[in-house]
Design a protein. Structure first.
Lengths: 257, 273
């Protein structure tokens, strides 16, 4: 029966964690008015969460687009349909790969950094120090990071998709001889603003909320030791990745019937 | 300084404090009075909850029973806004310093001023330099926390704690891990700030010599209770066996040298596996 008790303990612990995560989200949302009054806090975090993630997103976007161009050309040319290469590359990117790969990279780069930073602030008593200086750490430290993550994710995903399209263009048009006019014109006529682009943006917004929330919660809720911070960082990447992949299926099923 | 000071002279009044971690009682019916304008040392062995006591006074932890009043206000009955207003009048020096690592020394000390006042940058600069001068680190204003020694970090944290001219400062193990010079500097600073600015100081420490040197009143706590209290000299002379062992640093006495264990012989030669 020990396994049943263990299962029960895990269930209770998971539910308690979920409850704490929601309370933390409420506390962070209560810090929004302060953030509106002091936008500088948001700008600082947009730099560290968003701008410093651009490089990895840009490089990955270009290479993913180039691979899509190669694979797409290989398959489409079998059916004489290489003219639709631009559509295939763009649809794959804006619907799926842009939001999903960006979210996975975001979790690995910005999410882990957020957890480690907040966890270390907790371990070195900086958060307690803020509290004793009559500064609410949830409003002052966490809310700007949450909003910066939510704003950054769709922008990074858009950048990923755009550079991916250029990566596909470079391989398809530049190296493999697909007609340039066809590449762009097919894309323009076949990619739908609402069904494809907007749904991709909604996905990346949802991923932005989830990934940043998980990262902040894991850092804030960690055991304030070096091992605790290390575990929190690992959990951030694992939980975020699983949440993104699971949510992607649910959102895709809802959006594209 | 006696425990029978008039009620008005008591800045912090703790009554019937109980606090548990799980089933373990950290405090089990503790009464403490901290007189205004004094340096009060809370002493006891490691793990007796001295830091926890400061967090309870500062409202960061909530007691399971009992009350803590600071300047006549029940800390744990205050609204969040009132608690934050009270904290603006309390400074706390953490054991690690708790400096914000991404800000320079100057910005760390300026932080509470920028957060809670509308002073212009010229006035903030003057105030910060004055606070840093008080702890002898005006020349280090542009260093980052990673460039400071442990003693310097604590002095910067002290300058930050007094930035808003609080009515009391709580010191969490201020002497731990300090070389003799840094320790001497901190001892002097605590006493000097207390006397010059009329601040009430609460020093949590297990460094007997240093705490005794500056304290007007000492509370010795162990096993969740106040064992004894009084002036340092009185405690040394008339304190019980436990207190004398602690104050004189004797290896054995009421607090045994050995952690409870079975007989050595049975452990070495018995059939325990």
């Amino acid at each position: 029966m020990e396994w049943l008790a263990q299962l029960g303990r895990s269930g209770v612990s998971f539910s308690a964690g979920l409850g704490r995560a929601h309370l933390l989200m409420l506390a962070m949302l209560r810090g929004l008015p302060q953030l509106v009054r002091r936008p500088r806090l948001l700008v600082e975090q947009l730099l560290s969460v968003g701008v410093l993630t651009v490089l990895i997103i840009a490089v990955s976007g270009v290479f993913v687009g180039m691979v899509l161009g190669l694979q797409g050309f290989y398959i489409l040319s079998r059916f004489g349909a290489e003219a639709t290469l631009g559509v295939m590359v763009a649809a794959s990117l804006v619907r799926e790969l842009g939001p999903v790969v960006t979210a996975l990279l975001f979790a690995g780069r910005a999410g882990s950094a957020l957890s480690a930073e907040i966890g270390l602030m907790k371990a070195t008593e900086q958060l307690s120090g803020l509290e004793m200086m009559a500064v609410n750490p949830e409003h002052r430290v966490l809310t700007p990071r949450l909003i910066a993550g939510i704003i950054s994710m769709p922008l990074l995903a858009a950048m990923f998709s755009m550079l991916g399209v250029y990566g596909g263009w470079f391989v398809g048009v530049g190296l493999l001889g697909v007609d340039e006019g066809t590449y762009w014109a097919q894309m323009q006529s076949q990619i739908d603003w609402d069904d494809d682009v907007l749904n991709g943006v909604i996905k990346s917004l949802v991923f932005g909320v989830v990934c940043t929330w998980i990262a902040i919660f894991q850092g804030y809720d960690c055991i304030p030791t070096s091992e605790g911070v290390s575990r929190a960082t690992t959990r951030t990447v694992v939980h975020s990745s699983l949440a993104v992949l699971g949510l992607d299926f649910v959102l895709t099923a809802l959006m594209f019937n | 300084m006696s425990l029978n000071s008039p009620a008005d002279d008591t800045l912090v009044r703790i009554r019937g404090l109980k606090f548990f971690r799980g089933t373990r009682a950290i405090f089990d019916g503790v009464d403490i009075d901290i007189p205004r304008g004094s340096v009060t040392a809370i002493m006891g062995p490691s793990g007796t909850g001295k830091t926890t006591l400061l967090k309870l006074i500062g409202g960061q932890l909530r007691p399971d029973a009992g009350t803590i009043e600071v300047d006549g206000q029940n800390v744990h009955a205050l609204s969040t806004a009132d608690l934050y207003r009270l904290r603006m009048r309390m400074g706390m020096l953490f054991q690690s310093g708790a400096l914000l690592t991404d800000l320079s020394v100057f910005e760390n000390v300026a932080y509470p001023l920028r957060e809670h006042t509308k002073l212009n940058s010229s006035m903030i600069r003057k105030l910060v330099l004055m606070k840093l001068e008080a702890v002898g680190l005006r020349g280090a204003y542009d260093l980052m926390p990673s460039e400071l020694s442990g003693g310097m970090a604590r002095r910067v944290a002290l300058a930050r704690a007094i930035a808003l001219d609080p009515m009391m400062i709580m010191y969490d193990e201020p002497f731990t891990g300090q070389d003799p010079i840094s320790m001497g500097v901190l001892v002097q600073l605590i006493r000097r700030l207390n006397d010059a600015a009329g601040i009430t100081s609460v020093v949590v420490s297990h460094d007997v010599a240093e705490a005794s040197e500056i304290a007007d009143l000492i509370y010795v706590i162990s096993d969740g209770r106040v064992i004894e209290s009084g002036a340092p000299q009185a405690l040394r002379e008339t304190g019980g066996e436990w207190t004398r062992q602690f104050m004189d640093g004797l290896p054995d006495g009421p607090v045994p040298f050995h952690f409870p264990a079975p007989e050595l012989e049975s452990d070495l030669f018995g059939d325990r596996t």
